[in-house]
Design a protein around this ligand. Sequence first.
Ligand code: NAP
Length: 307
Amino acid sequence: MKKKRAAAKEVYTLADLQNWCDVDPPIRLGVFGDPVEHSLSRQMQNAALKHCKFDMQYARFHILPDELRAAIDLIRKLEFVGVNLTIPHKIAALDLLDVTDDNVKRIGAVNVIEVEDGKLRGFNTDGRGFARAIREEFSVDLRDLRVMILGAGGAARAIALQCAKENSERLVIANRSVETAQKLADQLRDFFAGPRVLGPVARLQAIPLEETAIRFQIGNVDLVVNATPLGLNRGDASPIPARLLAPHLMVYDTIYSAERTPLVSAAVEAGARAANGLSMLLHQGALAFEIWFQREAPLEEMRKAIL
Ligand code: NAP
């Protein structure tokens, strides 16, 4: 019989998983990250579990990159329902899964694992979570928007694919290394083949994350999304200068470490509508809950837990 501890730890490690002491209610879900201390998923998912009267809890696991394989093997053995993956595991986990859905294959990153009959199934809920967040924050659907994404990493790829699937009017991908942006644009080319926008601008473009290139595009964009880590750390500058922002824009920062990230502050200063990434965190988490339990997530309980 497994040992039991009185209370859950703030953060678990691989060593804890290897010498597992369960708690009451038992831990059957969690998030793997490095770092992971900042993650709000625990309070959000535990609020949902409590509301639904599920006899289990969700914990944080500080798992280093070279520990991921062992940690994932253990969640299968310990009969977890599943886990979330955050930085830096979303890409590395791909090779460790038994089944991946189409979204994961296209994005090349996984943020939700479900353990079902001993098999590990991978999903990516960032894109759909983003779409729900935009609807909630700005009362508009992606299909009606001309979108500029700053970044071309995991989060940006999920957001770009969602824009493509929802047939956004236009997509501009601005990245520090323009080759990565171009590669992503090339992968999405088929979605944007139709001539939806009248006028001289292309429906799909990759540009460098530079003032001149962005200035040239911003008049033909409705929504600007920050999917770079700029703004995560104190003292970070806004990913694009405030002088480029205008009142007609909606600005969404996927970062949620501060209510007013540098980009959100710059947008508000420019008279634009702006929101930080808490709503995306909420909706990607609700979608994960729905994958794990095949039932609607208690969204308002989850929201209250992270506000
Ligand atoms: P990632 O895969 O490492 O990608 C990072 C991207 O940012 C790359 O395009 C990179 O450009 C660019 N970048 C990195 N440092 C930069 C700098 N100093 N200046 C300009 N560009 C820079 O990371 P990710 O997983 O996509 O995560 C990005 C952010 O999204 C994270 O900060 C996270 O907070 C946020 N996120 C939020 C949610 C949510 O639920 N709200 C969900 C997922 C992610 P290069 O290609 O040139 O390196």
